[in-house]
Structures are given as C-alpha cells and as structure tokens.
Write a protein of this length. Structure first.
Length: 512
C-alpha cells in the first residue's frame, strides 16, 4: 500500500514548506467565548515538520492534523489549530513556529488580529427589462441589486403586492466588494408581460439580520409604460357617507396615509375643535394590490352633523414636520334629490338575451354627499353589483346630479321581481326615498316608503280634513245634547205647574 508513495518520494527533491497564518473565521470574536486560529503548512517534502506555538510556551488547546500527500505533486500539507479563550486572543500575541529538518528551514508566522468591523445595512435597488411590443407573451426580468452590506448573511424575498411566495427567484451568493470589507449580490425574478401590464406591483425585500434592517424596493408599470417614480407620503380624510350616517348608524372619519415603505415609527392622532376626548380606533395597515401601502385610523363621528372641525395629524420618520389635515361638514343650502328609475329599454331586451340594465337618475340635490342602495324584493343588493357615476354639477343651477345603473339577469326581470333604487340624502324628510319597478308595471312607481315633499303635503291635508271633521262632529253632538236638554227641562216644568193648580169645587149632596 505504501510502496508507490515511497518510490515517488524518493524521486521528489527536498522542498521547504510555505506557511499561511489562519485568523479566526468570525470577524466579530465578541460573540463567542472561544476562538480558533491556525497555521497551514503546505508544499513540503519530505516528512516530517514540527509546529509549535509561541516557541513552545503554549502546550494546551493545540490540535495538529495528519499530513496529507498531494499525489500529483508529491508534496505534503499539514494544518495545526490552536483554540484559546476570546479574552486571551484579544489581549495576547500568537505565533506559530514551523521547523523542517530536511530543508533546514524554520519559519515563524504571526497570527494578526483583524479589528472588529461594524455591520453595514444593504442598499437595495430594483430594475426591470423593457416591454416587448412585438410579443405579448414575453417576460419581464426583474433585477434586484443588493450592495454594500456587512456581514454577508441576508435574506431576499420577492413580493407581489403584499403577498410573498408567489414569484420564483434566484439569488447569487454574496461576493466581497473590490474595495472595503462589504459584500454585494443580485437577485432576479421573471414575470409575464401580461401581469406587468396589468399594473401589478413587485417588491424586492431584503432582511439583514446583523443590522436588523428590512429594506424594500418596488417596480411597477405606469400608464405611460414607464416605472412609476416614488412619490411622497399622501394623507387624506374620508368622511362618513349618508348611508353610514342614516342607515348603518355607524359614522366614521378615516385618516388614510399612503405611499409608506413601512409603518415603523408612524403615529396618527385625531383631535377635534370642541374640547373633550375623541374615541379613536386602533391603527390598521394594509398593502394594496396597486402597490400603495396604507395605514388608516378611524374616529367615531357621532358629532359630525353638529359641524365640529376634526384634525388628523401624521408623524413619520423623515418628515420635516407633521402632516396635518382638517375636515368639517359642509354647511349651506340643502335641496332634496329628485329620483327617476328607468326600466330596461325594449331594444336592449330584444338584443341582449341574458342581461338588461336598470338606470336610476338622481338630480337636483345639494350638498353633493349622497348614497345609493339597490334592493331586490326589498332585500339589499351588494354594492359591487351596481355602478355609480361621479357626482356632477348641473349647468343651470348649483345643484348636483348622478346616475346609478345595475345589470340584472333577464330571467329575474321576466319573473316579475321588484327592483328598488333607494337614495339617502340629508335633505330628504326621512333621509331616504326610493323608487321601484317591475315587469308587470307600465311605469315606475314609488313605494310606500317614499317620503317625498308631495307625500308630506298630502299627509298634512289629510290631517286637516280629519281635524275639521272631528270638530264638526263634536259641534253636532253638542247641539243635539243642548236641544235634548231644553226639551227635558220644558216637560219637567209643565208637570210641576199642573201639580200646583187648586182642585175643582166639591159638590156634596145636601139632604134637607
């Protein structure tokens, strides 16, 4: 077994070793109680070599591994390892002493301490390839550049909107930068051109454990086919709708903060003009499908109708000053809407065998805040089943108008189902009015819940009629009772008079 190496060793000439010092693997030795250092003795012939530490002053913690023969070169390699406490490593000097008797060489190598390096958070930038106008099935390559971080351990995650695990990707092993001690790497992912043009937003999210930082960069197509530039933080207030105020009885003011990278350090505070506490709900955050990261904080708006002024203050790291938005209910002239509900057009029924359209015209109202609710056989239909146009201003006055239309199955219409357009507005006497149509009717009619101005006037006239009738009835009863009383009194007085008259002469028979 040993004859072949022995013959080869006889042919090789004597070669002195080369010694390489091996510092600790971990650059930050403060995280461990012990460190290991070593010396690599390479390229010598023949055996043996002797390795000592600090000229023999150290005798414990040493582990010398058996020499290995490189058969292609006929030379040996040997490693010696020394393990010492971290505190000793940081306070003392260490040297390995290698002696090779065959070549009469002695080599001493100091194990140099490298100073501890501070962790550096990564910089992240996400790029993408251009769209191929000739091929609708082409892919878009997303290229994430992660640079200037230390140490090299990190995690890369790709997100579609706010969801992880939907996008296959590949991340290169980090490589040391040419200058300095930091590392850099790249990560790539491919998406279909159809998904890219659909407006999906993509994130390259990097977590660096040593610095405890999470950095995200996003890419998204814009309407002009360019990447949307990063915009500043946007704050807006959503006021309660008439439906929230008068139907759901759950009015809320919502402060929405958009274009956030994350919510760390975000503070949203509500206040109002009238002194006293305000009931604020917990902060809610959401990653929107369109790429907007929003945070909302709702406020009970039970005093909204009183005209109080409400203020939302947003504080966030990086803002020079807090962002403040103020809102109050608009005041001024109010006017109730007129509502007209249109049946499906006969031509639409003839040309579209499956779906037909109901259209509700709402016009002449002020202010512009209004809500529309559709019903089928007096049951509410979800809001996503109908479409409302924006509220628009009438040309001839300061009032507003809008349309709401809903697609329904032709079979539902032919079966005689009743469909209702209910409108909620603050100027209505009962805060809502509604119109209903069904196939059996010739025209659209109002339901019994239609409390319009005309209906209220009709009710007023009816009450006046009832009141007059009741007064006349009372007068009639009083007159009859009075006449009866006079008659009874006359009869009674007549009887009394008759009883008081003297008796007639008393004729007696006189017998003489």
């Amino acid at each position: 077994m040993c004859s072949r190496p022995t013959e080869r060793s006889k042919e090789a000439s004597t070669t002195a070793p080369t010694v390489f010092p091996l510092p600790p693997c971990s650059q930050d030795s403060s995280t461990a109680s012990q460190v290991s250092i070593g010396c690599l003795v390479s390229g010598y012939f023949p055996e043996p070599v002797t390795v000592r530490w600090n000229s023999g002053a150290i005798s414990s913690g040493i582990r010398t591994f058996p020499a290995k023969l490189d058969s292609s070169r006929g030379l040996y390699t040997l490693t010696s390892q020394l393990t010492v406490p971290t505190s000793t490593w940081e306070s003392e000097k260490f040297q390995c002493n290698v002696a090779h008797a065959a070549s009469s060489s002695t080599i001493n190598k100091d194990i140099e301490r490298t100073s501890a390096k501070s962790p550096v958070a990564p910089e992240v930038r996400l790029l993408h390839s251009s769209c191929d106008s000739k091929s609708g099935g082409a892919t878009i390559e997303l290229f994430c550049i992660i640079s200037s971080f230390y140490p090299k351990t990190l995690t890369v995650e790709w997100l579609v909107g706010g969801q992880a695990g939907l996008l296959p990707s590949f991340t290169e092993q980090p490589k040391k930068d040419a200058h300095g001690y930091t590392f850099s790497t790249t990560s790539t992912a491919n998406v279909s051109q159809a998904d890219w043009k659909a407006g999906n937003v993509y994130y390259c999210q990097v977590f660096h454990e040593a610095t405890q930082t999470k950095v995200k960069s996003k890419a998204k197509i814009c309407e002009d086919a360019t990447v949307c530039p990063s915009t500043g933080i946007d704050v807006r207030i959503i006021v309660p709708t008439p439906k929230d105020l008068y139907v759901n009885s759950d009015p809320k003011l919502i402060c929405v903060v958009e274009n956030l990278i994350d919510t760390d350090g975000l503070i949203i505070t509500w206040s109002r003009q009238t002194p006293g506490p305000v009931s604020q709900e917990l902060l809610e955050t959401k990653e929107e499908p369109n790429g907007k990261f929003t945070a909302t904080k709702a406020l009970s708006a039970t005093t909204w109708l009183q005209g109080d002024e409400f203020t939302c203050k947003v504080e966030y790291p990086g803002l020079v000053a807090p962002i403040i938005r103020t809102i109050a209910k608009t005041t001024g002239t109010v006017h109730a809407p007129e509502v007209y509900l249109f049946r499906p057009h006969p031509e639409e029924i003839r040309t579209r065998p499956s779906m037909v359209t109901l259209t509700c015209l709402i016009t002449g109202f002020t202010p512009k805040a209004i809500s529309v609710q559709w019903l089928k056989n007096h049951n509410a239909i979800p809001d996503d089943h109908h479409v409302n146009t924006p509220v628009m201003k009438n040309n001839n006055n300061h009032s507003y108008f809008m349309y709401s239309h809903m697609k329904i199955a032709l079979t539902d219409w032919n079966n005689g189902n009743a469909f209702t357009c209910m409108v909620i507005h603050e100027a209505l006497p009962m805060k809502f009015t509604q119109r209903t149509v069904e196939k059996s009717q010739e025209v659209a009619v109002s339901t019994i819940d239609d409390y319009s101005d005309e209906k209220e006037e009709e009710m007023d006239r009816l009450w006046v009629t009832i009141f007059v009738f009741f007064i006349l009835f009372l007068l009639s009863v009083s007159y009859s009772a009075t006449i009866t009383l006079f008659k009874v009194k006359w009869l009674f007085s007549t009887v009394v008079v008759l009883k008081k008259q003297p008796a007639g002469p008393d004729y007696k028979n006189v017998h003489q």
